[in-house]
Design a protein. Structure first.
Lengths: 214, 426
């Protein structure tokens, strides 16, 4: 079994299993802690609040926009561009169809890949530079923040190296880093990709029940 | 580890429910919350970043309760135990520099309720006895007299008598079967007793019966501020027992921020049952009476006025439109401050900060944000502040910043501009 076959085969299956089971374990673990039933007479709907809370926090409030503009632009730029790259880059579509599920995803042109990759890199680098330079960010950041950022950066960088598919080692290196990223994910702050809906939803439900203004 | 840290950590873990856990799990350390916090903005000190204030509780959760905590402990990857030294280091962050105003929740991309989690965190601090002296003293006053300022029924009776003389209206005490029972904050009773006269005038006009209990007149819940569940429950129980003994239909929560949340939302949960009466905020009630035409507006106050939005009434209380409707009908030149409404700045004294003399300097620094908002309104003559505590903070703050501005309560303004012409006979 070659290196590429190993990282795309057994290691990828193991990493994916750890990713799925670990993420599920963590989300279910949080929910299972439970919370006391609120018996105060409600003024509004907690369920609606959960939904509204989740949607409302996608949109930054104007009054804070100026002070937080860099973070918003870099954050949205990075996340959206990464999502586009993962779902619509030609090698990813081929991999998804071959290994995961036979879906017809529109293939992004090469220039689209370049633009999305540049946005994703620029966003991630801006976020990291802010993390190491801003006094607030330096105080609150820990090793998990840096590992998550660097791991994601290396996955993206190795993906660009592998784009030409000129060397199978480069493809293997990219897949190895993807596997490491998948294994690291459920134990790290990268889990915010799944826990955000619980956090926003819980606050939204509390606010909604009280008829509070989100 | 020490006995105190053990007690605090046990309480942290007890109060880390699925909601708090989801907050700790979702925070990506983006630092946005700092940009919403008046303490960070007015000092520029990163330690006032809201999410940083939660660090000891988050550490306790991640070490002992979070999914995978056992595995991480086994591998030596879990956070180290929370020490008493660390708890003491964080105490000023938890009590002096958080108004529990929840402005940070608005900017947080994860929607984390840091204010609510600070409230839970204070349970650990209170249980371990690591609390500011000023709040501890207020708690002791409450145990002795029911009031954090030590106000006795004798003092209240004197204030009631003055207001009866001023308005010519009898204020009933311990009236069985009244529609409403009013409770007040200590600050209102001693600092702004005119509010008693305003209630008398407004409720007489509305034709509703109301009373004040001689055993449960205090609305301030020091237990909520300090973070002591047992004390908070004791204070709520006193009001509930008195209201149910008098068989009133409603209890009126006063122009006081946290008192409303304490009795309206936390109260039934603390007592483990719903009340036999309804809790209504005075602003809600006045707005309802106005809409029903029972307290019609008369001549408007012509001064240029703005409205301060107390965090616990507006942002966390949901009463956004009601005070504005009342003001529009009571004032001919009402102007909003920039950032008014749910994104408004706290006065800097909420969450027990004003009862904590150690935090005085920080509170005054935080008020600079409010000064900036007020200065943004040209030719401003008065500010309506519908919270007794905020009102006292405003008076101190305006004095500290050499500003000449009248500070008035909403109930008093509505009473002063009431149409007092006799009812038309049909």
């Amino acid at each position: 079994m070659s290196f590429v076959e190993f990282v795309e085969g057994p290691l990828f299956i193991l990493a994916s299993a750890i990713f799925v089971l670990g993420a599920l374990w963590r989300v279910i673990g949080i929910i299972r802690i439970g919370r006391k039933k609120d018996i105060s007479p409600p003024k509004g709907s907690a369920v609606m609040g959960f939904v509204v809370g989740n949607l409302r926090h996608f949109f930054p409030r104007g009054i804070f926009a100026r002070r937080t503009a860099l973070h918003i632009i870099a954050g949205y730029g990075f996340h959206l561009a990464l999502l586009v790259l993962v779902l619509f880059a030609a090698p990813h579509i081929a991999f998804i169809q071959d290994r995961l599920i036979n879906v017809n995803l529109p293939e992004m042109p090469r220039w689209g890949f370049i633009v999305a990759a540049e946005i994703a890199f620029a966003g991630l680098i801006m976020l990291w530079v802010r993390r190491i330079s801003d006094p607030v960010m330096r105080l609150i950041s820990d090793w998990d923040d840096h590992i998550g950022t660097w791991l994601t950066f290396l996955v993206m960088l190795s993906g660009c190296f592998a784009l030409q598919e000129s060397q199978s080692f480069l493809r293997g290196l990219h897949m190895l880093l993807v596997d490491v990223w998948l294994i690291y994910f459920p134990f790290s702050r990268l889990m915010h990709a799944f826990t955000f809906f619980l956090s926003r939803g819980n606050t939204g439900a509390t606010y909604g029940r009280k008829g509070m203004n989100l | 580890m020490s006995a105190n840290s053990d007690i605090a950590v046990a309480k942290f873990l007890e109060h880390t429910d699925a909601e708090a856990a989801s907050f700790f799990e979702a925070c990506v350390h983006c630092g946005e919350c700092a940009e919403a916090c008046q303490f960070y903005l007015s000092t520029g000190d990163p330690k006032y970043t809201p999410t940083y204030k939660l660090r000891p509780m988050e550490r306790a959760y991640k070490r002992d309760k979070a999914p995978f905590s056992s595995l991480k402990k086994m591998l030596g990857l879990a956070p180290s135990p929370v020490t008493e030294e660390e708890l003491r280091e964080w105490e000023p962050l938890v009590y002096d520099s958080c108004n529990m105003c929840a402005r940070c929740t608005l900017v947080c991309p994860m929607g984390i309720d840091i204010a609510g989690t600070i409230r839970k965190m204070r349970e650990g601090y209170a249980a371990a006895g690591i609390v500011p002296e000023g709040l501890q003293r207020a708690a002791e006053f409450v145990k002795k007299t029911s009031s954090p300022m030590g106000i006795t029924i004798k003092a209240l009776t004197a204030q009631i008598k003055h207001q009866e003389e001023a308005t010519g209206i009898k204020i009933e005490v311990d009236k069985q079967g009244a529609d409403y029972m009013a409770i007040f904050s200590s600050m209102e009773i001693m600092g702004y007793p005119e509010v008693l006269g305003a209630y008398a005038k407004l409720f007489k006009k509305a034709g509703l019966t109301w009373t004040i209990s001689s055993v449960a007149y205090e609305a301030t819940n020091t237990g909520v501020q300090i973070g002591s569940g047992p004390l908070a429950k004791e204070i709520v129980t006193r009001v509930v027992d008195a209201a149910e003994a008098l068989e009133v239909k409603h209890v009126i929560s006063p122009e006081c921020g946290h008192a409303y949340g304490a009795i309206r939302w936390a109260g039934p949960n603390m007592m483990g049952r719903q009340f036999k009466f309804e809790v209504v905020h005075i602003i809600e009630l006045l707005d309802q009476l106005r809409r029903e035409g029972r307290i019609p507006a008369g001549g408007k106050d012509t001064r240029r006025m703005t409205l301060h939005d107390p965090c616990q009434i507006i942002r966390r209380g949901g009463l956004l439109k009601e005070p504005r409707r009342l003001l529009d009908e009571s004032c001919s030149d009402f102007v909003e401050m920039k950032g008014a409404g749910i994104t408004n700045y706290c006065c800097g004294g909420g969450g027990g900060v004003s009862a904590n003399p150690r935090a005085e300097e920080l509170k005054t620094a935080a008020f600079s944000r409010k000064v900036e908002q007020l200065n943004g309104v040209k030719d401003l003559e008065a500010v309506v502040v519908p919270c007794g505590n905020c009102r006292a903070v405003f008076e101190d703050g305006l004095d500290a910043y050499d500003m000449d501005l009248e500070v008035i309560g909403l109930s008093e303004l509505v009473a002063e501009t009431l149409d007092e012409s006799p009812e038309k006979q049909g």
